[in-house]
Ligand binder design. Structure first.
Ligand code: AMP
Ligand code: AMP
Length: 317
C-alpha cells in the first residue's frame, strides 16, 4: 500500500480545530471582507475562467521569513492539525496562520529543509495521500496542493512547506480541463507532458491514474522529475540565474510552471495559486489592472512563453 493512512476523522478534525483556532484568535482570517469575482476570458477562441479575490484588509502576515526567525521550526500548538505524519513521521500538518480561504493548511518538514529543494518521493506520497483523503471525506469541496519553490516563485518562508487549499465552488482551473482530456502520464523520455497551446505561458501537466493502486512512489517521483526537467530546460534556455517554479497538484494531475519573476511589474506578488486561476488583489487598482491586462498575459510575464509548438525531441535537461 503506497498511500499513507490518515486518521479516519482527519477532515472533520481539521475543520473543528480550525473553528477552535479561529475562536481563540490564533488564526488571522483575512477572508471575511473579501469579494469574489469570476472572470470569463476568451483566449485564442477558447473559454477560460479566473477568480479575482479583492481583499483590501490583507494584513499582519510577515512578508519574508528567515531561518533564524522561522515560524515553522516550532509551530504554535493551537495551529497544529497533526503533530506527526509521514512514512517516517518526518512531517507535521499545521494551519496557515493567515488564511484567506477557510481550512488552508500546510505539510511542513519537522527538521529544517530549504524550500529550494525538489520535492522528495516521500513528500510527493504524503501530498497525494492527503489530497486523496480530502477527496473522499470533504465531498462538497475540491482541494489542491501547491509548492512555491525558489526566489521568484512567490514563496515567503524558507522552511519547506507544501500548502493545501480549496478551490472556489464550481470553479475549474485550466489544468483540470487539460488533464480531463488525457490518459495517465507515463514518465519516459518519449512522452511529452500536457501543455495548452492556447495559453501564452509555459506549463507542464501530467495526468495521474484514477486508480489509487496504480499510483506508486516511483510513478510520482518520475512524473515530478519529467515535469521538473522541462521546467529546468526553460530556465536554462532563458539563462535564468535562479531556479524558481510553482507546483500544483490535485488527485488528478501534477503541474509545474517555471517562473521568471515573483512579482508582476513589481506591484503584485503571485504564487502557485495564480496558475490555478486564482488572483488575490490587495486593492481596487490591482483588481482593475488584472482585468485590464488579462490574467493570462500577467501569467506569461511572471513565467515564460508557451513551448508547446517546439518539437518534442529530447531537448530537456
Ligand atoms: P509561502 O508564502 O508560499 O512561503 O507560504 C508561507 C505561508 O506561511 C504564508 O502563506 C503565510 O500566511 C504562512 N505563515 C506565516 N507565518 C506563519 C506562522 N507563524 N504560522 C503558520 N503560518 C504562517
Ligand atoms: P500572499 O499573496 O502571498 O500575501 O498570500 C496571502 C495568503 O493568501 C497566504 O496565506 C497565501 O497562501 C494565500 N493566497 C495566495 N494567493 C491566494 C489566492 N489567489 N486566493 C486565496 N488565497 C491565496
Amino acid at each position: 500500500m503506497l498511500l499513507i493512512k490518515l486518521p479516519d476523522d482527519f477532515c472533520s478534525d481539521l475543520y473543528s480545530k480550525y473553528e477552535t483556532a479561529m475562536d481563540a484568535k490564533n488564526l488571522v482570517f483575512n477572508g471575511e471582507f473579501a469579494t469574489h469575482n469570476r472572470l470569463e476570458r476568451e483566449i485564442d477562441g477558447k473559454a477560460y475562467e479566473f477568480e479575482l479575490t479583492l481583499l483590501k484588509s490583507l494584513q499582519q502576515r510577515p512578508e519574508v521569513g528567515n531561518v533564524n526567525d522561522n515560524p515553522f521550526a516550532k509551530p504554535e500548538p493551537e495551529l497544529t492539525v497533526l503533530p506527526s505524519f509521514g512514512s517516517k513521521d518526518e512531517f507535521r500538518i499545521v494551519f496557515n496562520k493567515f488564511p484567506v480561504v477557510p481550512g488552508h493548511f500546510m505539510l511542513i518538514t519537522k527538521d529544517f529543509k530549504p524550500q529550494t529543494t525538489p520535492l522528495s518521493p516521500n513528500e510527493l506520497v504524503a501530498t497525494i495521500s492527503i489530497l486523496k483523503k480530502l477527496k473522499e471525506s470533504d465531498l462538497g469541496k475540491k482541494w489542491f496542493a501547491f509548492y512555491n519553490s525558489g526566489p521568484e516563485s512567490g514563496a515567503s518562508q524558507p522552511h519547506k512547506h507544501i500548502q493545501f487549499m480549496t478551490l472556489p465552488d464550481g470553479f475549474a482551473p485550466f489544468a483540470d480541463n487539460l488533464a480531463n482530456g488525457s490518459d495517465a502520464f507515463i514518465p519516459n523520455q518519449m512522452r511529452e507532458p500536457l501543455q495548452d497551446k492556447h495559453l501564452p505561458f509555459a506549463h507542464y501537466v501530467a495526468r495521474l491514474p484514477d486508480n489509487s493502486d496504480e499510483i506508486t512512489e516511483e510513478l510520482l517521483a518520475m512524473t515530478y522529475l519529467s515535469l521538473l526537467q522541462r521546467t529546468l530546460t526553460v530556465l536554462k534556455e532563458n539563462e535564468s540565474s535562479q531556479i524558481s517554479y510553482n507546483f500544483c497538484a490535485t488527485t488528478k494531475y501534477m503541474m509545474l510552471i517555471p517562473r521568471s519573476s515573483g512579482k508582476y511589474e513589481d506591484i503584485m506578488g503571485i504564487n502557485s495559486c495564480g496558475f490555478m486561476g486564482l488572483f488575490l488583489c490587495k486593492n481596487d487598482e490591482l483588481f482593475d489592472m488584472v482585468k485590464e491586462n488579462g490574467p493570462e498575459n500577467i501569467l506569461k510575464s511572471i513565467g515564460f512563453p508557451n513551448t508547446s509548438e517546439r518539437p518534442s525531441a529530447d531537448y530537456h535537461y
